[in-house]
Write a protein that binds this ligand. Structure first.
Ligand code: SAH
Ligand code: SF4
Length: 413
C-alpha cells in the first residue's frame, strides 16, 4: 500500500474540538456540510459523480424523454468516464440539438489543480481547489506493478488523532461525489491515461488502485464516498474493481458493516495501539468505540478471507506504541482475523508531539508480527521531498501555527 496523505494546519484556536472531553454525551461526530450539487439559480448542474440512477433522474427532470433516458445515460457515461470528454459538443453520437440542450443545463467539471509537484521517486502530489476556495490534496504513487492514487474524502477531519496533521485543521467540509471522483479523473488527465479513439487498448493501467487515505474520515462522509466509489467501480468507464479500492478508517464502527454491504471494497483500519489507554490518546474515537468493539465489527466484516484481508495500519511512534510487548499484544488481539499489518514509520510534521521509531525498533516489531504468521510490510515513505507522505499533506503549504506545547496538551500527553 501507499504512504498516503494527511495533514493540514489551522491557526491556533481556543475553540478546537479536541479540547472538549469526549464522552457518550459529546459524541465524536461532525458538523459539516456538503456543498449542494446544484449551483445557485441559473448555474449549471455538474454531471460528474452522479450514479447512473441519479444521472438518469437528472436528465429526465431536465426534459429528456423517459424512453430515451437509459440510452442517453449510457452514451454520456461513456463519454465522461471512458473517453474523458468534458465538452458536450464532442459527444458525436448525440444529435446536435441534444448536445446543445445538455450544454445549456449541465457541465462536466473537476476540481482545479492549483499546484502539482513531482518527487524524485515519481510520486505526484496535487493541490486541488474545490468550491468555496477550500483545498485538498491527492497523491499518485507509481510502483512497479501498480499505480496507487490516494484521494481525500473531506477538507480536514473532525477527528483529532494526535499524531496526524489533518486533525489539527479547524475547518471541515465533506467532499461531494463530484470532488471525490474528480480526483481520479484529474490524475488520469495528468498522466495522459484516457484512451485515444482507434488506438489499441492499453492493458497496463497507470491509476490501477485507489486508496481513501487522504485527508478526512471517509466513513463520516459515507453516502458521498459510496456514490463516488459506485461511479469509479462501474463496469464501464473508470472500471476499477472493488478489490482495487481500499478505504481506511480510524474505526467508525457503525459504518463498517455498511461499507461491506454498500461499497464492498477492501478495508484498512488505523489501529495504531494495543491498549485502550494508548489508543484513546492516539485515536480519540477509541473513547467512543474501543478496541474490543472495533475488533468485533471487523470479525463480522463479510468477505474477509485470506484473499481479502483487512489491513491494520500501525504508525510507529518512538517509545509510545513500539515495544516488543506491543507487537505481541497486537498479534494476540487480531487473532482469527485474516489480516496484514502495515507498519508506517511516523512522518514528522512541524510541531508534532512524537518522533519516528528507530529503524531497528521497527524491524524488531515487524519480525515479531511476521513470525506470528502475518505479512508485516513496512511502508516506505514516498514523496518525502515534496511532503507527500502520510500525515504530511498540506503541512508545507499551511505551516503548523500551533505550538508544540499546545498540540501536546490537546493530545493529553
Ligand atoms: N481518516 C482515515 C483515512 C486517512 S489517514 C484514517 O485515519 O484511517 C491514512 C493513514 O495515515 C492513517 O492510518 C493515519 O493514521 C496515517 N497517518 C496520519 N498521520 C500520519 C503521520 N504523521 N505519519 C504516519 N502516518 C500517519
Ligand atoms: Fe487523521 Fe484519519 Fe485521524 Fe482524521 S481520522 S485525524 S485523517 S488519522
Amino acid at each position: 500500500m501507499t504512504n498516503a496523505p494527511e495533514a493540514t494546519s489551522a491557526p491556533a484556536s481556543e475553540s478546537k474540538p479536541e479540547s472538549t472531553p469526549v464522552s457518550i454525551t459529546s459524541p465524536i461526530t461532525q458538523d459539516v456540510v456538503t456543498i449542494a450539487r446544484k449551483l445557485p439559480e441559473g448555474g449549471k448542474i455538474n454531471l460528474v459523480g452522479l450514479t447512473r440512477d441519479q444521472l438518469r433522474e437528472t436528465l429526465v427532470t431536465a426534459g429528456t424523454p423517459e424512453k430515451q433516458a437509459k440510452m442517453r445515460v449510457g452514451q454520456i457515461w461513456q463519454w465522461i468516464y471512458h473517453w474523458g470528454v468534458r465538452d458536450f459538443a464532442l459527444m458525436t453520437n448525440l444529435a446536435k440539438d441534444y448536445r446543445a440542450f445538455l450544454d445549456e443545463r449541465f457541465e462536466i467539471t473537476l476540481p482545479e489543480i492549483v499546484t502539482r509537484q513531482i518527487s524524485e521517486d515519481g510520486t505526484r502530489k496535487y493541490l486541488l481547489r474545490i468550491a468555496g476556495g477550500h483545498e485538498v490534496e491527492a497523491v499518485y504513487i507509481p510502483e512497479e506493478s501498480r499505480g496507487t492514487l490516494c484521494i481525500s474524502s473531506q477538507v480536514g477531519c473532525t477527528l483529532t488523532c494526535s499524531f496526524c496533521h489533518t486533525g489539527t485543521q479547524k475547518l471541515v467540509r465533506n467532499l461531494t461525489p463530484a470532488e471525490i471522483v474528480g480526483q481520479v479523473m484529474l490524475a488520469r488527465d495528468d498522466l495522459g491515461e484516457w484512451p485515444e479513439q482507434g488506438a489499441p487498448k492499453n492493458e497496463t493501467r497507470l491509476v490501477s488502485n485507489v486508496v481513501l487515505m487522504g485527508m478526512g474520515e471517509p466513513l463520516y462522509n459515507f453516502e458521498n464516498v459510496r456514490d463516488a466509489m459506485q461511479v469509479v467501480m462501474d463496469n464501464e468507464g473508470l472500471t476499477l474493481s472493488r478489490r482495487r479500492i481500499t478505504l481506511s478508517t480510524s474505526g467508525v464502527v457503525p459504518e463498517i458493516a455498511r461499507t461491506a454491504a454498500e461499497i464492498g471494497c477492501l478495508l484498512a483500519i488505523s489501529f495504531h495501539a494495543t491498549t485502550d489507554e494508548v489508543r484513546d490518546k492516539l485515536v480519540p474515537i477509541n473513547k467512543r468505540w474501543n478496541i474490543e468493539t472495533l475488533l468485533e465489527a471487523l470479525r463480522e466484516y463479510p468477505r474477509v478471507s485470506n484473499s481479502e484481508r483487512i489491513t491494520f495500519e500501525y504508525v510507529m511512534l518512538k517509545g509510545v506504541n513500539d515495544s516488543d510487548a506491543d507487537a505481541r499484544r497486537l498479534v494476540k488481539l487480531i487473532q482469527g482475523i485474516p489480516a496484514k499489518i502495515n507498519l508506517i514509520p511516523f512522518n514528522e510534521w512541524p510541531g508534532a508531539p512524537y518522533q519516528r521509531s528507530d529503524w531497528e525498533r521497527i524491524e524488531a516489531f515487524a519480525d515479531i508480527i511476521y513470525k506470528a504468521g502475518y505479512a508485516s510490510p513496512i511502508r516506505t515513505p514516498r514523496g518525502e521531498d515534496i511532503m507527500a507522505a502520510c500525515g504530511q499533506l498540506k503541512s508545507a503549504t499551511e505551516r503548523a501555527r500551533k505550538s508544540k506545547a499546545a498540540i501536546a496538551a490537546e493530545a493529553g500527553l
